[in-house]
Ligand binder design. Structure first.
Ligand SMILES: Cc1cc2nc3c(=O)[nH]c(=O)nc-3n(C[C@H](O)[C@H](O)[C@H](O)COP(=O)(O)OP(=O)(O)OC[C@H]3O[C@@H](n4cnc5c(N)ncnc54)[C@H](O)[C@@H]3O)c2cc1C
Length: 302
């Protein structure tokens, strides 16, 4: 059966199960950088059962599936595709406090989790201020800032795999710098348990403000970006390397390396994936030619 027909069959099955979806949307609407052409469908599940159904049906209809959260580390392809995108968003935003632990559903935003922690006098998340991610995406990427990664505060992660919920302890998550097992395992993160520390409200507020100020001064804001383009090589900063080869502010079409921070690409309007690709290739080549350092991409291409 042709892929278009399989997509129609999939959509019929979603309708029968009353699972909400958007047909043929542009992925750019779901990514912070605003890049990505039409995909087959974006599914908006409201329960773990619906996530399990949406992913199992996509498998049955042999359609490629991708889970997304806040879309803040993703660049979509420009060409139209029949990709099934399952978005774990604010319908999975519940947070519960148990002593010094908080149990967070995967679609909760980092900002929401920080506010909740503050109300409960729990510190440990302050350095993540200003990151526009869901906790599910943040854990999958093992995101972090200012020398702290989310795995430093994780106790366990609950995933959905083949329709079953499984609790995975931190030691089994295979965390390393901007990496976790969830990037390739096909497991969907549904809940995360964070172990935090009691702190004074005023102290949490002050530290959070300080880190926000550093971020504001160093990184672009109020522009469409996807965060860091490259991982920092050991002992180096990707942004500094890009700056030193003269690429800060360098432009391809509607995309450019930020004049404020070399490791950010900004979409100035109608930027596209091929422009992002050209910028990435140029930076890799120049940095390699001069420093013999291979830059490894952090941003993900869908
Ligand atoms: C302005 C800006 C600043 C940023 N600053 C930082 C920073 O300081 N540090 C940092 O680490 N990153 C930063 N980023 C990048 C980005 O926010 C992180 O990579 C974040 O972890 C992505 O989360 P997300 O929810 O947007 O995930 P998405 O971009 O939607 O997805 C990222 C990956 O996670 C997977 N994923 C998402 N949800 C789930 C789930 N529930 N279960 C399984 N897999 C899932 C996706 O399949 C994909 O592989 C920044 C981005 C922007 C735009």
């Amino acid at each position: 059966m042709e892929e278009n027909q399989r997509l129609l069959g999939y959509i019929q099955n979603l309708k029968k199960r009353c699972i909400e979806f958007v047909e043929k949307p542009r992925l750019k609407e779901y990514t912070t950088v605003g890049i990505g052409g039409k995909v087959g469908v974006v599914v908006e599940p409201k329960s773990a059962w619906q996530i399990a159904q949406a992913t199992a049906l996509a498998k049955k209809w042999q359609l490629k599936t991708k889970i997304i959260g806040g879309g803040s580390n993703i660049v979509g392809v420009d060409e139209e595709s029949n990709l099934v995108v399952v978005r774990i968003g604010s319908d999975f935003g519940n947070i519960i406090c148990e002593s010094e632990k908080i149990l967070v559903e995967a679609g909760a935003s980092i900002g929401g989790v920080q506010n909740f922690a503050l109300k409960n006098n729990l510190g440990g998340l302050e350095k993540f201020v200003g990151i526009p991610a869901t906790i599910g995406g943040f854990v999958a990427m093992n995101g972090g800032a200012f020398g702290v990664s989310v795995c430093d505060v994780i106790e366990s992660v609950t995933v959905l795999k083949n329709g079953e919920q499984i609790k995975i302890l931190k030691k089994d998550c295979d965390f390393s710098y901007r990496h976790s097992r969830f990037q390739n395992s096909g497991e969907v993160i549904v809940q995360v348990v964070l172990g935090l520390e009691k702190r004074k409200t005023a102290e949490i507020i002050r530290t959070t403000r300080d880190f926000m100020e550093i971020r504001r001064n160093k990184q672009p804001h109020n522009v469409k970006t996807f965060g860091s383009v490259f991982k920092n090589p050991v002992g180096e900063y990707a942004g500094k390397l890009i700056e030193s080869v003269g690429l800060k502010g360098y432009r391809e079409g509607d995309c450019r390396f930020s004049p404020k921070h070399g490791n950010f690409i900004e979409n100035l309007g109608n930027g596209n994936r091929s422009e992002v690709n050209k910028l990435i290739d140029t930076a890799r080549e120049k940095v390699y030619n001069i420093y013999k350092i291979e830059l490894e991409q952090e941003v993900l291409f869908l």
